[in-house]
Ligand binder design. Sequence first.
Ligand code: GLN
Length: 465
Amino acid sequence: MEYPTIEQLHNKIVSGETTIKDVVQEYYDRAQASDLNAFRELYSAEDVAAQVAVAEAMLKNGTATMLTGLPIAIKDNILFAGHVVSGSSKMLEHYTASYDATVIEKLKAQGAVIIGRTNMDEFAMGSSTENSAYGVTKNPHDTSKVPGGSSGGSAAAVAAGLCVAALGSDTGGSIRQPAAFCGIVGLLPTYGTVSRHGLMAMGSSLDVIGPMTHTVADAEVFYNAFKGEDKYDGTSVATGEAHSLKKRLAIPKGIFNGGGFDPELEKNFHDIVTKLQAEGFTIDEVELPHFADSLAVYYILMPAEVSSNLARLDGIRYGDRAESASINDVYGDTRGALFGLEVRRRILLGTYVLSHGYYDAYYNKAIALRATIRKELEAVLENYDAIFTPTTPTPAFSIGEKVNDPVSMYLSDLFTVPANIAQHPGLSVPSGKSSAGLPFGVQFIGARSGESVLFELGKTIENVR
Ligand code: GLN
């Protein structure tokens, strides 16, 4: 099913062919009728009506933007004042945001209508939404498959036309991997170009909020609406100048040698390469010796940051509190009862790699390797527009298939994690479908602040695929 783009809807609203109220109602009704479990919560009809009224007033007084009156969904880890936000965890089941995230403030100022919060892996840890404390989300292309994760609810909601666009967050692939699994576009922006103020922290040196949309042009419009420097985020950076397209792409040497690829997906990638060459692209295999080590670095640095970020969820400062026999047991009982298995696993891993005696052996080595990976990427990107890979080694896997094998689950992030480690942007674009109808995606990792080049490359894929 094809759904309209942001521009198409905007034009129809501005020309009077349709109304904001009707557009929002259509998506809201579909979201309400859907059984994908994409939404953790659809906000009340009154809440949405009040937002529609704001958008209609903007349209009337001439201050409407492209997003005015369009129904948007947000991941369940982004704070929207007065609304529950849970990280899809039992820990924060009853937690109400006391302020707006900077991205929400910006979307509100542009008259976007936020219709609900989407399901995710608990505190964004996972690749399938199976780690949500509230049940898995189903892939709209095949409901026996996962939608990917951790932003699986946002991906499924966009793919099934339950919203026009959605916010996701990406720490190691959580926007791009579910985008690929659900056949939509997902952008990991350059680290720091989107404010993290009001995003629940997972790995603070890796987390970025980004757009999940039907088309590359939509991703561009949506990203431009909420990016920008912010005094409330100490790692915030200005977005860069436009770079120019060289029509040169680099494929990391040896990525197809390790096995584990779905054969149809691998063929789809090679077909896309041939089509791009026919468009005048030079595509080389280049040495990126530590590209594949990113995953190992990630599974040291990310848990280290997770363990410190989640320390605040102790039943006293934030979150619900479990029954305890004595005051000495409050922390342990609460964290044991209200965190899921994967979250506990990562907190344990993180405290281990940060502990005295292991800090140098693990954490400091990972930090050093991170710098090497970044240098390798930067060197390649001096001569190429982007590093080009499939987004994932396989299309969406079955619900339940990998739940008992965390390492095989982690491997689905093999190609997405390097961009987070290097703090570079990455774009996933649908590139075709399997014979069983499951979407494939390709990924471009660009230079820092090189989003404009990624959008150009993404549009090329939309034309040739
Ligand atoms: N799937 C990865 C993980 O489990 C990435 C998560 C993310 O980007 N939030 O950590």
